[in-house]
Design a binder for this molecule. Structure first.
Ligand code: C2O
Length: 534
């Protein structure tokens, strides 16, 4: 294994999309940011220098950060932000991980433009558990606002209402040839007939679950969230914010240009409209065409496509890559996740939309939780985060009397190496909504999923404890539930939150505090000297 050095200068630059120009915050002036390449077990030293007027942190989404929570990145959870003019070296090892992950800013809504891919190759000499592709391609899906993203959320904060939705979706930063005011450098993949390409697809969108498809081509999914899956073929990939998907594309047409489409998952048909980001697969022997002659994919019923896709996801669970699903559970938790409405004296309507887990709307501390834990600073958080909702009710029904939430900065305490099950139940108090829940510091297994209310007697009997998909972000279905299991083998304080940025902002977040084990190598490492101060 090697030590790899990267330098991230966080700088502002102007960018033009949809015929309008605005300054955006970027890494090294690039949007999306530069790709980090490494191999399993390598150590990364990424020096982040903040040249902008905002406070900045970077999170390495999906990197386990074994004992190195100091490098995890969520502002006020594991570190104070890097202030303007300051820098911090994120120092961490990619222990036992390979695949596609990504990094993004983890403060305010800066991740709209501060994000990029992390490609972790297997150890030298170790092949993929599938035929090596001819080429690999990074495909980052995102969202674009014409106005300043921080202003959009600032407005929502002061009004207490929902922020404006984005003006376009993007592939590698571009809305594509069918958008208004298309630029020439939209996503184009030149392919040779007969060759296989591996797409490393990252959903970096702030607030949208997305479908990804290519006209007249099928994709073979081989990995999600840097964990190998049983390969399966699909026309369409569903991906939630935070998730990554590696898929093989075999260029099995002879020539031509084929549309790549990225459209939001709304419960209707997958089609091509103004919210769709587009790109092009062009066969090398094709004369240059115009976008109007592209082959477009057919329409599909969105919900059935989504369900079929999710049902097909399974851990590879081979001899070399066994699925280590915890079979017993020391902690059996039930978390309701959803939206509420609280009184607000400063808001224009007198109320504000909030979000909660088990009726707790998380309040960000001003001292990072990890520091408070490590240095025994009292009065930053309490460890009484509830393992169950305060009352049970018909979770998926509209029951307005349960809308009000409580504010708190609470963690749930886990002893080292305990096994944990969390059932995540969407609530339909205002309206049902999907929630891509992301857990820092761990991969988990998705042992069950269903629509409606979780049934504690019947549903566990159907759990898959053999080859459930392993990941770091799970789309809890709208009006439904998902059950995850993990082993708390990483001491520290680990954020769990909805990866829809709007829901995180509203308070759909909490943290697990995992205690140190008895041996030295089961304890948090000391903080680095350059750890930012608040
Ligand atoms: Cu990708 Cu806490 O985030």
């Amino acid at each position: 294994s090697r030590v790899r050095h990267y330098k991230f200068n966080v700088v502002e630059r102007n960018a033009t999309r949809l015929c309008s120009t605005k300054p955006i915050v970027t890494v090294n002036g690039q949007f999306p940011g530069p790709t980090i390449y490494a191999r399993e077990d390598d150590t990364l030293l990424v020096k982040v220098v903040n040249h902008v007027e905002y406070n900045v942190t970077i999170h390495w989404h999906g990197v386990r950060q074994l004992r190195t929570g100091w490098a995890d990145g969520p502002a006020y959870i594991t570190q104070c932000p890097i202030q303007p003019g300051q820098s911090y070296v994120y120092n961490f090892t990619l222990t036992g991980q390979r695949g596609t992950l990504w990094y993004h800013a983890h403060i305010l809504w800066l991740r709209a433009t501060v994000h990029g891919a992390i490609v972790i190759l297997p150890k030298l000499g170790v092949p993929y558990p599938f035929r090596a592709p001819y080429k690999e391609v990074i495909v980052i899906l995102g969202e674009w606002w014409k106005s300043d993203v921080e202003a959009v959320i600032g407005e929502a904060e002061s009004s207490g209402l929902a922020p404006n939705v984005s003006d376009a979706h993007t592939i590698n930063g571009h809305p594509g040839p069918l958008s208004i005011c298309p630029l020439k450098d939209f996503f184009t993949l030149q392919v040779k007939s007969g060759k296989t390409y591996m797409l490393r697809i990252i959903n970096a969108a702030l607030n949208e679950e997305l479908f990804f498809k290519i006209a007249r081509h099928r994709l073979t999914v081989v990995e999600v969230d840097a964990a190998y899956t049983k390969p399966f073929k699909t026309d369409t990939i569903l991906t939630s914010p935070g998730q990554t998907t590696n898929a093989l594309l075999t260029a099995d047409q002879l020539s031509g240009e084929f549309l790549v489409i990225v459209s939001p998952f709304i419960e209707s048909l997958i089609s091509v409209d103004s919210a769709t980001a587009t790109g092009v697969i062009r066969y090398s022997n094709t004369l240059v065409n115009s976008p109007t002659t592209l082959t477009k994919p057919p329409l599909h019923n969105a919900t059935s496509v989504a369900t079929a896709f999710i049902k097909s996801l399974r851990s590879l669970n081979s001899k070399n890559y066994p699925a280590k699903v915890p079979l017993a559970t020391d902690h059996s938790l039930f978390f309701t996740v959803g939206l509420g409405i609280n009184p607000c004296s400063t808001c224009s309507k007198g109320i504000r939309v909030v979000a909660d887990i088990n009726n707790i709307t998380f309040v960000m501390p001003t001292t990072p939780l990890l520091q408070a834990h490590y240095f025994n600073i009292s009065e930053v958080f309490t460890d009484d985060f509830p393992g169950h909702p305060p009352i049970s009710f018909n979770y998926t029904a509209i029951e307005t009397m349960h809308l009000q939430t409580k504010y708190g900065t609470k963690v749930y305490r886990l002893s080292y190496n305990s096994s944990v099950q969390v059932v995540l139940q969407d609530t339909g108090l205002i309206a049902p909504d999907s929630h891509p829940l992301h857990l820092h510091g761990f991969n988990f297994f998705v042992v069950g999923r269903g629509l409606g209310n979780f049934d504690p007697i019947k549903d566990p009997k159907k759990f898959n404890l053999v080859d459930p998909v392993e990941r770091n972000t799970i789309g809890v279905p709208s009006g439904g539930w998902a059950a995850i299991r993990f082993r708390a083998d990483n001491p520290g304080v680990w954020f769990m939150h909805c990866h829809l940025e709007v829901h995180t902002t509203w308070g759909l977040k909490m943290a697990f505090l995992v205690e140190n084990g008895e041996r030295e190598n089961e304890c948090i490492l000391p903080p680095p000297n350059d750890l930012p101060v608040c």
